[in-house]
Design a protein around this ligand. Structure first.
Ligand code: FPP
Length: 266
């Protein structure tokens, strides 16, 4: 599969690099729903698959910026458990795109000290893709700079149900006491076990929704939505999302530091 979109550089509508200011606060874990590939292509009179190919290029920008600013976990939604309902031609294209991208990009990610992980269900995926996924994980297993989680055949509800099934089995065979089921124990049954929850969700593509992504993990995540399509969402656009996050005061259900809960009498 030719790399026909390397020439495509977005960001015409966003700030240039010369205006970059240091970020006050860096998200530890960033999750991205790479939406709008199909519309990007259709609006240009191209097949939807061209949008996915262009979208792949933006992953490089996102990894580069995360490494530069010190984000430690980047989770990308590449294919959902619901995406199987798309036309067979598009599904096959995406599967080939994943195989092609893993074959071409893993050495470079390894050189950059990136650890590649996959979240989602491997059943139903082509055996060659599963082999490439296993090899990529094994090769990069000791890397430290950034964990890159690629969500393929992933769905938030399916992940929660899968955890519940395992927990129910463990309770039934006596290896787990239901009274000892805490948030931390539940987390250990998820694909993201051992990782912090996302601090920031970024979703380009105009639509304001979370599309069954990391439903359990995003309980206190900050959300950033953009009208740009993912193939247009370059480094400067992602930096704007990081700037938005760095202005946020996170309270996790508490109150602002220094504020008192006492009522003042009139
Ligand atoms: C959503 O846009 C995008 C996808 C379903 C696929 C995203 C996949 C990539 C960018 C390639 C990733 C590659 C690797 C190796 C992880 P959409 O098709 O829903 O766009 P639309 O809403 O405009 O139709």
């Amino acid at each position: 599969m030719g790399n026909i979109f390397t020439w495509y550089k977005p960001d015409a509508k966003t700030k240039s690099n010369t205006e970059v200011t240091p970020l006050k606060k860096i998200p530890r874990h960033v999750a991205i729903i790479m939406d709008g590939n199909g519309r990007w292509a259709t609006e240009r009179g191209l097949p939807r698959t061209a949008g996915h190919q262009a979208g792949l290029e933006r992953i490089r920008d996102a990894v580069k910026l995360c490494l530069e600013v010190g984000v430690k976990y980047l989770t990308l939604y590449a294919f959902s458990t619901e995406n199987w309902s798309r036309p067979q031609e598009e599904v096959s294209f995406l599967m080939r795109l994943f195989e092609d991208a893993l074959t071409r990009e893993v050495d470079e990610l390894h050189r950059q000290d990136v650890r590649v992980k996959f979240i989602g269900f491997r059943t139903g995926l082509n055996p060659n893709l599963v082999r490439l996924m296993d090899e990529s994980e094994a090769k990069t297993a000791n890397n430290q700079a950034l964990v890159l989680n690629l969500a393929i055949n992933y769905g938030g509800r399916a992940e929660i149900l899968n955890a519940c099934q395992q927990i129910a089995r463990a309770a039934k065979d006596g290896s787990l006491d239901p009274e000892r089921l805490t948030t931390e124990v539940f987390n250990s049954y998820l694909f993201t076990t051992g990782q912090p929850d996302p601090d920031l969700l970024v979703k380009p593509g105009k639509e304001v929704r979370i599309s069954n992504f990391l439903l359990w993990q995003m309980a206190y995540t900050e959300f950033y939505f953009s009208d740009l399509y993912w193939p247009d969402f370059g480094e400067a656009a992602l930096r704007e999302a990081f700037e938005y996050y760095s202005r946020k005061e996170r309270r996790f259900g508490g109150i602002k530091k220094g504020d008192s809960a006492e009522c003042t009498k009139e």
